[in-house]
Write a protein that binds this ligand. Structure first.
Ligand code: URA
Length: 431
């Protein structure tokens, strides 16, 4: 069958700062997914998009073309309204774990299709897989059953969900074309729209540990994604939130599950509790759900914990099982006394990654018990010699590089200097 376009003409149009037409976009995304357009041609086009951008019409069409490359999930069999969240990723960001069962306990249905971590930010599936027996891969009918029975499901996105994005993302990863707002926004939103949720809250992180460290870029990304969601009929809102300091007191898979369970038990770190509650209220509101109870109450009275246990069991996990613990520990102490002024989230994330909590290449395995416990955070006082971090790994040779990454991560001052942190919730963007 002859093809309606030549890839080189489309590449040249974008190279010369032109707009791509709807048929050109539909064709190139489809033809690349079918293997008609070569990797080197798509690489050139992606670089031209990174350099010259796309307007909203082009981004929206590109997103639709990626959605149309696979199946769109449908939850019309559910009696509850659906709401989901997506975070652009951060250090210690375990919010999905308490949030999904919490929203379910308040009356929502949460179809959370998650990914694994790559680089210094963790992935929800890696965290959940540290629960003995828990299974990430579910068929569509299993997913529906867990959603119907528990009100929330956290599982791996199947290969049929936006397959064009899987191919494009792998290519972007090796061609320096990840950091382009049109490509990031379309990549994230194609998967979330195909997932079939009716409401979506985006947690776009900014600060040194975030993918978008510059707040202006985070704002631009958030606005673009909200617009894409609204155009696709998904009631989408975004919160821009702080990632200059790790969230909570842990970074690493089983360590983060433990901290999430503390939140579900009505305790846990204040920043995790606050962000979880803000996100839960936004999800319920955006989906038009009259909550069965206030989310804060559902954390206190055990309703969210009940859903968590049910959800974990439904996927083969044992919510009562002891979580894995790393074989080796190393304590890092403060070298001076004073107020903690800074704790660099990126450095903590890289250190946890080097301890074995994260992977460098897709497909690599991660250590369930590896990671970092944080004993004191900015705003707190510390005495020289007191523990700042406990590093966990199964392989003690990893400590050296993990400690190197932590060098300069913490600044302590005894001069009365004030802590200047980003507010946890920086901005809200609605459609
Ligand atoms: N996450 C995604 O899913 N896609 C991107 O392009 C970047 C982050």
């Amino acid at each position: 069958m002859s093809e309606p376009f030549a890839a080189v003409e489309i590449i040249s149009a974008k190279r010369d700062k032109g707009e791509l037409t709807d048929p050109q976009i539909d064709w190139i995304v489809d033809a690349y997914t079918r293997g008609i357009v070569a990797d080197e041609q798509m690489s050139a086009l992606l670089m031209a998009i990174l350099l010259n951008g796309m307007n909203m019409r082009e981004i929206s069409r590109w997103t639709n073309a990626m959605i149309n490359s696979g199946e769109r999930m449908n939850w019309s069999a559910l009696t509850r309204k659906t709401a989901d969240k997506h975070s652009t990723g951060g250090v210690g960001d375990k919010i999905t774990l308490p949030l999904a069962p919490l929203v379910a306990a308040c009356g929502g249905a949460v179809p959370q299709l998650s990914g694994r971590g790559l680089g210094h930010t963790g992935g929800t599936l890696d965290k959940m897989e540290s629960i003995p027996g828990w299974r990430a891969s579910l068929s569509s009918s299993e997913m529906l059953k867990v959603l119907q029975d528990c009100g929330a499901v956290i599982c791996a996105a199947g290969t049929e969900l936006a397959p064009a994005d899987k191919k494009l993302y792998a290519l972007r990863d090796v061609t320096g074309t990840v950091p382009a707002i049109p490509l990031i926004a379309s990549s994230i939103m194609s998967k979330k729209i195909a997932e079939g949720t009716s409401a979506l809250i985006l947690d776009v992180k900014t600060g040194n540990g975030a993918f978008m460290s510059d707040p202006a870029q985070a704002h631009e990304l958030a606005k673009t994604m909200v617009e894409l969601g609204m155009r696709a009929g998904v009631n989408t809102r975004a919160l821009i939130t702080a990632m200059d300091v790790p969230l909570g007191f842990t970074a690493g898979n089983a360590l983060e599950v433990r901290e999430s369970i503390e939140v579900l038990a009505g305790g846990g770190p204040p920043d995790i509790v606050e962000l979880t509650l803000v996100m839960a209220r936004e999800m319920l509101d955006a989906a038009g759900i009259s909550p069965l109870m206030d989310p804060a109450e559902a954390l206190k009275n055990g309703a969210a914990m009940d859903v968590w246990r049910q959800m974990v069991r439904a996927q083969g996990g044992d919510p009562e099982a002891k979580l894995p613990v790393a074989k080796e520990k190393h304590i890092v102490t403060a070298d001076s006394s004073g107020e903690i002024i800074e704790m660099n989230a990126l450095k903590v994330g890289i250190s946890a990654w080097r301890l074995g909590a994260g992977r460098s290449r897709q497909g690599e395995s991660v250590q369930a018990g590896a990671g970092i416990e944080i004993h004191a955070k900015p705003g707190g006082h510390i005495e020289a010699g007191m523990p700042l971090f406990t590093l966990h790994t199964d392989e003690s040779p990893r400590f050296e590089r993990a400690l190197e990454a932590l060098s300069g991560a913490v600044r302590i001052s005894s001069t009365g200097e004030k802590v200047q942190l980003l507010p946890l919730i920086i901005e809200k963007i609605t459609g």
